[in-house]
Design a protein around this ligand. Structure first.
Ligand code: ZN
Length: 141
């Protein structure tokens, strides 16, 4: 295996570790035009030598080199803002449901509104962070 092939395989591996299917990305097209898209597959090595990925709105695989994670995009988008007595919490549907049932359990009424665009689910972010630090701890053993 050549160095270049090894680098490409690392690129694919790193991408898949960091960016799950469904990640928002920006894609540089052949003409230099930049468009937004969403990944619909993990990255993989096409023919064993070229890192590619499948994207929404594109037919066939696209060169991974032309694809980058969209900047300033929430990785865990919040759909709902749950209004706790202590302040608003942005949450995905699943965490909003948990927060609401917790609020009901505590005897309070918890109001929900639509989350502002670009907001992240704080609980998902925390879970992702603790998952990452667990991985790092294992790696340093
Ligand atoms: Zn969440």
């Amino acid at each position: 295996m050549t160095i270049r092939q090894q680098n490409n395989e690392l690129k694919v591996e790193n991408w898949n570790l960091k960016h799950p299917v469904g990640s928002k990305v920006i894609v540089t097209k052949d003409g230099g035009e930049v468009v937004e898209s969403t990944t619909t597959s993990p990255a993989e090595m096409l023919g064993g030598h070229t890192p590619v990925i499948w994207l929404e709105g594109f037919s066939g695989a696209y060169l991974l080199d032309r694809v980058a994670i969209a900047p300033n995009k929430a990785q865990f988008p919040a759909n709902v803002t749950v209004h706790w007595p202590s302040g608003p919490v942005h949450a995905c549907d699943e965490h909003a449901r948990q927060l609401k049932s917790l609020g009901g359990f505590l005897g309070g009424h918890v109001a929900c509104t639509v989350a502002p665009a670009g907001s992240e689910c704080a609980n998902c972010v925390n879970e992702a962070k603790s998952a990452t630090s667990n991985q790092e701890r294992k790696g340093h053993r």
